[in-house]
Design a protein around this ligand. Structure first.
Ligand SMILES: [Zn+2]
Length: 248
């Protein structure tokens, strides 16, 4: 068995026995990995209480070659996720990050950029700043990393550049936007204003520090929320469960 070191975020915890836990990590070096933490339930155990949901830690584990679980041998806490006590939204936004990392990435498929984006989003939630915009940015970064970002540049039918018309229809089944000329007459599909599409493009392409300078109207937030919830739900095959607790 090979011993590996990694920077990791705890994305799932389950009891395994009276003393042990099964922990799923999203690591910078290896992507998602699930390991058994023997003694992980003891307060003064070998992992020094590093194993909390959304904690960031430096871990050492024995990598199994078969489908068996890896074995965690060391975990030292780098940062604990501490959302403001009066902001349930910050807490559930963190849970949503864990759910997306668990559901949309594969075991041993590393995504360094997504790891960094996750750390950045968790820090924003912990500060209680721009929770919704930071979450949208995280979702866009995730979709980009897994190659499932919808097209926000042109109509999926006629390839006309988005910006020309006032509003578009988002069609999740076709992975993008449809211009008014390509829509069915009398269609009651969800409309998205061109300004909202421009914001989605900006959020997808901007550097992390830029998010604090982006502002969005309630309607733009609603339209972006609809677009990303529809996209993520379609890939997962279900609506993410943490979303039901988030208030936007
Ligand atoms: Zn078109």
């Amino acid at each position: 068995m090979q011993s590996e070191k990694a920077d990791a975020i705890v994305i799932r915890l389950a009891d395994f026995s009276n003393t042990s836990r099964v922990v799923t990590f999203f690591t910078r070096e290896f992507g998602k990995t699930t390991a058994i933490a023997k003694g992980g339930k003891r307060l003064k155990g070998p992992f020094d209480s590093a194993l909390d949901l959304l904690s960031t830690c430096r871990i050492v584990f024995l990598r199994k070659s078969s489908s068996a679980l890896d074995i965690l041998t060391e975990a030292s806490l780098t940062d604990r996720f501490r959302p403001p006590s009066d902001s349930l939204n910050s807490f559930y936004a963190g849970c949503y990050v864990a759910e997306l990392l668990g559901g949309l990435t594969e075991e041993y498929d590393p995504h360094e950029h997504l790891f960094d984006a996750s750390i950045h989003a968790l820090r924003q939630f912990a500060d209680g700043n721009n929770v919704h915009l930071s979450l949208l940015k995280f979702e866009l970064a995730t979709l980009q990393e897994i190659g499932q970002l919808p097209s926000f540049d042109d109509c999926v039918h006629c390839a006309e550049l988005i910006d020309v018309e006032e509003s578009y229809t988002f069609r999740v089944s076709q992975g993008g936007l449809v211009c008014p000329r390509c829509q069915h007459a009398g269609s009651s599909e969800h409309q998205i204003q061109a300004g909202t599409v421009a914001l989605l493009r900006k959020l997808a392409n901007s550097s992390d520090c830029f998010t604090s300078r982006i502002t969005a109207s309630p309607q733009q937030l609603r339209e972006m929320r609809f677009t990303l919830t529809a996209t993520v739900s379609s890939i997962l095959g279900r609506r993410p469960s943490s979303l039901r607790y988030l208030q936007f």
